[in-house]
Write a protein that binds this ligand. Structure first.
Ligand code: BGC
Length: 747
């Protein structure tokens, strides 16, 4: 491996052509080398939940073979852990495998918001909430990068669907961008400085992300302080030169020299400032130089330890949705159980597309349950997953009959259901939220002959659960990675206590979901009409009943909340609230509670969600133990994005602090008074009558010109939203010889 080179010295010696070549890949997975100056090429590769290093073939759709690597649970499960410390450890393991395989950058994590449960790639995203996705994403990045290799935070930004993903324009107002779609990225950038950020394929309000100067330079670098490199998603470059100017440094994969030539020509004809190219080339060189020390020292990979960590993470990311007491299975119950469902034998453990990892090994729940119980538990496949999802064919009839037969005399039925692999993938969205009909037929038939049916789910994004009355317990395992099978067994048998919490709401019906009617758009445009009301923000504010709320998850123990206290310090943007609550494990076994702090701002001048997650902590408690949990909220946690001022504003006033075990299981509430900022909107020729009166200087100038009592009159109220220029036009206000301009000048 080459010695680390001096970036500035190399930059000074590069030719124009070499600089241009550096800003695009040399092939599908490598940067370009400059051999004469000792700059090697380095490899970048997917990501996110394991390494997909293609040794020979190359594609970005997960089709070709890759080297074996630990397949950790995909983000859907990792998000449900609500546990940054665990994700940091997973990150370290990912970093070690990246480095050990001579790869400089792992292309992940993906932290886009789960806007609709239909998004085909939701399994690769962490949450429907930006705080949760941001904190977990930062933990992953910190972990990976602690090994001396980089990450690529993706897909920046507003890539919340697969339909038309390479062209669609996401039409989103700025407040919604700032409060919902950007802050997870902002948190990761500020907390963890990912080495690279990957820009998305789509347009945002008409401009491709890959050539969006506002996004890639003004927001990402100037406001958030991003220091790394922006890489394009694979094939996301539309026009290379405007992209470079916007702040898109590295085009991937290689364009075969075509776009490099465009850059060279633009510098030569004076349309591209050579300094812009220098900046991008410097960032690529810096990235390469940064990775070299770790790549020179690959370290060792402990695959057994990583498998164990994958098992821990899969268990921590599984959510016990419902339990009438049947779980955990006592030893005798476990030995008399029957296992039904093809997924127990043939696990669905990751999603399709660029994130598809070739696992080092693969646990299935059937083998794990048999090993743990020391019993050859009977098994029936119940349904086929090979056929078209939802179809019930002759084969299924026979499998169903066999399952019912097996269920009849069993103590408990462990029924493994889930989405067939083709139902969710990169590249296209889902069309419905249902489990296949052939699987539900088995559930109903089995429930008729056995009252103790435990449903274990495998799916990468929410499915509706209208069938749940047929189940005594429901364990949502998402996609569990290579150790998901043994993790499910651990939870069913009580070897581990469930601690996962929903990072996405489970709705009753597709029609209830926030983006319904606006997702995935048409004719090249998707309108984010629900604004800031995504996920639980929508359901809770609109009081829509859900099957399982955001933050929900049961445990084999129970928790009590006492003595909520909230103390405010400071004012305006410097306001802070210290929230403290005592959490007690009131049950009989050790367990982990996820304490969630929500904030409401009922007096805000704009529509705000009734509650928003602003803090959380996973607390491990022995039976009977208590802990005082403290969570600090800062001014930003109390702010909204003011569309007029185009900045964060602490509106202040009555502020509701709720602490709970889900967004619908609030255990304690208190209110504090926050001193808000004085908001003075600048006046202009379009300002309304009311805006003039609300402006201190405006009111001083205008009031003497108004007829006596006009401001308070019915007429005044009716005209409050009319521009002052109209009132002048109607002859109701006499601005004097200098007209409206004169009034504005005096303000
Ligand atoms: C995906 C990225 C991935 C890249 C490289 C793209 O199609 O959107 O997430 O990192 O391919 O495989």
């Amino acid at each position: 491996m080459t010695d680390v080179f001096d970036v500035e010295r190399v930059l000074a010696e590069l030719t124009l052509e070499e600089k241009a070549a550096l800003t695009s890949g040399s092939d599908f997975w490598h940067t370009d080398a400059v051999e004469r100056l000792g700059v090697p090429k380095v490899m970048v590769t997917d990501g996110p939940h394991g390494l997909r290093k293609q040794a020979t073939s190359a594609d970005h759709l997960g089709l070709g073979e890759s080297v074996p690597a630990t397949c950790f649970p995909p983000a859907a499960a990792l998000g449900s852990t609500w546990n940054p410390d665990l994700l940091r450890r997973v990150g370290v393991a990912l970093g070690r495998e990246t480095r050990g395989n001579d790869v400089a950058v792992l292309l992940g994590p993906g932290i886009n918001m789960k806007r609709s449960p239909l998004c085909g790639r939701n399994f690769e995203y962490l949450a429907e909430d930006p705080l949760l996705a941001g904190d977990l994403g930062a933990a992953l990045v910190t972990g990976v990068q602690s090994e001396g290799v980089g990450t690529s935070l993706k897909h920046f930004a507003v890539n919340n669907q697969e339909s038309d993903r390479m062209r669609v324009s996401a039409e989103v107002d700025e407040r919604t961008l700032r409060e919902i779609y950007l802050p997870a990225f902002e948190r990761v950038v500020k907390q963890a400085q990912p080495w690279t950020v990957m820009c998305s394929y789509n347009k945002i309000n008409g401009t491709y992300a890959s050539q969006n100067h506002w996004l890639l330079t003004e927001v990402l670098r100037d406001e958030w302080g991003f220091e790394g490199l922006v890489v394009s998603d694979w094939g996301a470059v539309y026009q290379r030169v405007p992209g470079l100017v916007a702040g898109m440094d590295l085009e991937m994969p290689s364009s075969g020299g075509r776009t490099d030539a465009e850059i060279v020509a633009a510098v030569q004809d004076g349309t591209l400032d050579p300094e812009v190219l220098d900046v991008a080339a410097r960032r690529v060189l810096t990235l390469i130089a940064r990775a070299l020390p770790a790549l020179a020292d690959p370290g060792t990979i402990d695959h057994d330890a990583h498998h164990e960590l994958a098992r821990e993470a899969a268990a921590a990311g599984s959510v016990l949705l419902k339990n009438d007491g049947v779980l955990p299975l006592a030893t005798d119950d476990a030995r008399s159980a029957v296992v039904i469902g093809e997924f127990a034998r043939t696990p669905r453990y990751q999603g399709a597309g660029s994130s598809q990892v070739h696992p080092t090994r693969l646990d299935d729940a059937l083998t794990a349950l048999r090993a743990a119980t020391g019993t050859e538990l009977p098994f029936a496949a119940g349904f086929s997953v090979a056929g078209v999802a939802g179809s019930q064919d002759a084969d299924d009839d026979a499998l169903l009959a066999e399952a019912v037969d097996a269920a009849k005399d069993a103590g408990t039925v462990l029924l493994f259901l889930g989405l067939p692999a083709p139902d969710e993938s990169e590249g296209y969205d889902r069309t419905h939220l249902s489990l296949p009909a052939n699987q539900l037929a088995v559930l109903r038939a089995v429930a008729e002959v056995n009252a103790r049916v435990v449903v274990v789910l495998a799916n990468g994004s929410a499915v509706t659960v209208e069938w749940q009355d047929h189940a005594a317990a429901v364990l949502e395992c998402w996609l569990g990675g290579q150790a998901g099978g043994s993790a499910a067994a651990d939870l069913l048998l009580g070897v581990r206590n469930p601690s996962g919490r929903l990072a996405e709401t489970i709705p009753h019906r597709l029609e209830d979901t926030p983006a319904f009617g606006n997702f995935p758009g048409d004719n090249g445009v998707v309108r984010y009409g629900e604004g800031v009301l995504i996920g639980y923000r929508w359901y809770d504010t609109r009081k829509i009943d859900v099957a399982y709320p955001f933050g929900h998850g049961l445990s084999y123990t129970s928790f009590g909340y006492d003595d909520l206290a909230a103390e405010v310090t400071g004012a305006g943007a410097d306001s802070a609230v210290r929230v403290a609550v005592t959490v007690t494990n009131t049950g009989e076994r050790a367990g982990t509670e996820v304490v969630q702090v929500y904030v409401g701002d009922p007096e805000a001048a704009v529509l705000r969600p009734v509650r928003e997650l602003k803090g959380f902590a996973a607390v491990e408690l022995a039976a009977g133990a208590s802990q005082r949990v403290e969570i600090e909220l800062d001014g930003r946690d109390l702010s909204y994005w003011h569309p007029g001022l185009r900045r964060w504003v602490v509106g202040g006033g009555r502020t509701v602090i709720e602490v709970g075990a889900s967004s619908r299981d609030i255990r304690a509430t208190t209110e504090v008074a926050v001193t808000g900022e004085e908001i003075v909107l600048p006046l202009d020729a379009e300002s309304s009558f009311a805006e003039w009166l609300a402006h201190p200087a405006g009111a001083r100038v205008l009031t003497p010109l108004l007829p006596e009592g006009m401001a308070e009159s019915e007429m005044g109220t009716m005209l409050s939203d009319a521009p002052l220029r109209s009132l002048i036009g109607f002859g109701m206000v006499d601005p004097g010889a200098d007209g409206l301009e004169g009034l504005l000048a005096r303000v």
